[in-house]
Design a protein around this ligand. Structure first.
Ligand SMILES: N[C@@H](CCC(=O)N[C@@H](CS)C(=O)NCC(=O)O)C(=O)O
Length: 226
């Protein structure tokens, strides 16, 4: 099985963490949607990561579809999602807010790091920021007992922590610890888990200035300090 994508992508990282947690063996193919666009297009016409190539050659795209297949494969007892009822609705809501926040955060970082400065549109960045802040405040309000869904680490924790990790790497100014102490605690608990440690981005994933990339990874790992 091959997981295509770099681990600075929160969508790829949540799949990598889930694969580790569920005990799947896999190889990571670290293709970039920008640097390896032609190769990526052969794997996913949307030129997006992640993709999961199964041993029989079938290619799964979109992290939600991949996670759904993982859960189906391991069965309801070990699945990282709740199976039904209020617990399932709660977990789906948390994941919707976290993935929505990732999309808004990516919009902001594309504006900051990819768009020529003279073409930036501040009112659009303001709107994305308001949406991201609203999502973060909502996630901050969920009690941890000790995980988001009780005594078991689930896909809600994985996806929220992957979101926090992305912000730590690229937009740390959106996560002041005094405002988001619950999210910091959740991130700290998650990043201490072996499956998260095995899915850290490399400086090469992050690109740009290597020292800045290393600092960004240290910020992410810094959450491990208890
Ligand atoms: N809904 C998709 C979103 C995937 C996604 O946005 N991936 C980003 C990297 S984290 C990407 O490939 N962006 C490049 C693009 O869309 O042009 C999923 O869950 O897999």
């Amino acid at each position: 099985m091959k997981l295509v994508g770099q681990y600075d992508s929160p969508y790829t990282r949540r799949v990598a963490i889930s694969l580790h947690m569920l005990g799947f063996g896999f190889e990571n193919i670290r293709l970039s949607v920008f640097g390896d666009a032609a190769k990526m297009q052969q794997i996913n016409p949307l030129i997006r990561i992640p993709a999961l190539t199964l041993d029989d050659g079938e290619v799964l795209i979109d992290s939600a579809a991949i996670l759904d297949w993982l859960d189906e494969t391991v069965g309801t007892e070990r699945a990282l999602m709740a199976n039904s009822g209020a617990a399932r609705r709660k977990i789906l809501r948390i994941i919707a807010i976290a993935t929505g926040a990732i999309d808004k955060a990516m919009g902001i970082s594309y504006e900051r790091y990819r768009r020529p400065p003279e073409k930036m549109h501040q009112p659009w960045i303001n709107r994305l920021s308001e949406q991201l802040n609203g999502a973060l405040s909502t996630l901050e309000a969920y009690p941890l007992t000790p995980w988001l869904m009780g005594d078991r680490l689930t896909q809600a924790d994985i996806t929220v922590a992957a979101m926090i990790g992305y912000l730590q790497l690229y937009l740390p100014d959106f996560l002041p610890i005094d405002r988001y102490s619950n999210l910091a605690l959740l991130s700290c608990r998650c990043e201490a888990e072996p499956a998260f440690m095995a899915s850290l981005p490399t400086p090469e994933d992050i690109g740009g200035n290597i020292d800045e990339a290393r600092q960004a990874i240290t910020r992410l790992q810094g959450r491990v300090a208890r």
